[in-house]
Design a protein around this ligand. Sequence first.
Ligand SMILES: NC(=O)c1ccc[n+]([C@@H]2O[C@H](COP(=O)([O-])OP(=O)(O)OC[C@H]3O[C@@H](n4cnc5c(N)ncnc54)[C@H](O)[C@@H]3O)[C@@H](O)[C@H]2O)c1
Length: 366
Amino acid sequence: MSNESAKPVRFGLIGSGGIAKVHVDALARIPQAQLAAIYSVDPVSACRLLDSDSAAAAANDDDVLLCDSVESLLGQDAAVDAVLIATPSGLHAEGAIPALRAGKHVLCEKPLEIQSGRIRSMIAEASQQNRILAGLLPLRCGVGAQVIRRAVEQGRFGRLTFLSARIKWWREPSYYEASAWRGKWSLDGGGALMNQGIHAVDLLLWLGGQVTQVSALSGQLVHTGIEVEDTLAANLRYASGALGTITAATSCYPGLDFMLEISGDRGTAVLVDDRIQDWRFADEKPEDEAIRAGNLGGEIRGGSSDPAAISCEGHRQQIADFCEAVRGSSRDSIIEGDEAGAAVAVVEAAYRSARSGKAENVEELS
Ligand SMILES: NC(=O)c1ccc[n+]([C@@H]2O[C@H](COP(=O)([O-])OP(=O)(O)OC[C@H]3O[C@@H](n4cnc5c(N)ncnc54)[C@H](O)[C@@H]3O)[C@@H](O)[C@H]2O)c1
């Protein structure tokens, strides 16, 4: 390994709210990463974040530069190699594009952005600057999700026929009141599907391939103080011909565990949070019994009722993979911009359908 590739990747973090804390906790657990600088519009919360033990560990004994603007974080003073975007969803492009233009690699929170047009601009900038743009979608790191993905790759489900996901979660009204951006079209880009359900949409695409058509119904049933849906049901058609459904809600007290079901003409699996609940195949293998017994470990939790209950393990894995890609190793494990953005295009089609009352085609990003 060259000296260059042995150096830690120095991160600038934009944002200092709930998920930024998860980023700092994750950085503290990654030897090849270093927290070098932070910028937030709210310097008080940024200082609080920097005072934590995790921030000290993430900084590898160096000082973390507290910046007063994005420009300062991207300028020479901060000496960052890559930028983590942890701002409200509708501001991701606003941080990512200048960062890419300044020659930084970018790892961005979900959803990658709230509009396909902005996502195309981010992808184009990354390509022009020859920098990495990747998304954070930590539910992919769950051991249950990984086991299902391997079975898909091995063709164990046969011809895929039905893939469904359920994020019937609960959020207290205080969740929306705590941050002015949540529940607003301009900054959240939607409600239960764009914010919470995006994880499920991404897993469905990862396992089932491209979705081409969506037909959706949405409602605002409980959280009447917001602009967006708190309850949504959609039917999906995959490019492969498979069908599926997705239900996303923040209106279902006390919040059910995340669930995903995948079936084909040779097998079925059911994932509940990060546990395999059902695992049946026409061609039984010796390892199947252990998978059914639930001996997989795993600590990726979905946050069905409490967004603060999210573990940092998925972020740790995805930031560590991103560091390896930045240092020139394989990019296979990162979720590149077009892949992370594909889930947003499905969400947009669902919203168009809920408005038009018709099935809508999913627009391609490229
Ligand atoms: N991957 C996950 O599991 C997960 C979980 C929660 C949130 N998120 C995503 O993370 C992002 C942030 O969510 P959150 O829950 O941390 O929100 P939050 O409201 O807790 O924090 C947002 C932060 O951004 C800062 N900010 C606002 N505008 C800014 C700007 N223009 N420049 C710099 N900083 C700015 C705010 O001061 C605040 O510190 C969202 O996109 C959300 O979808 C991801």
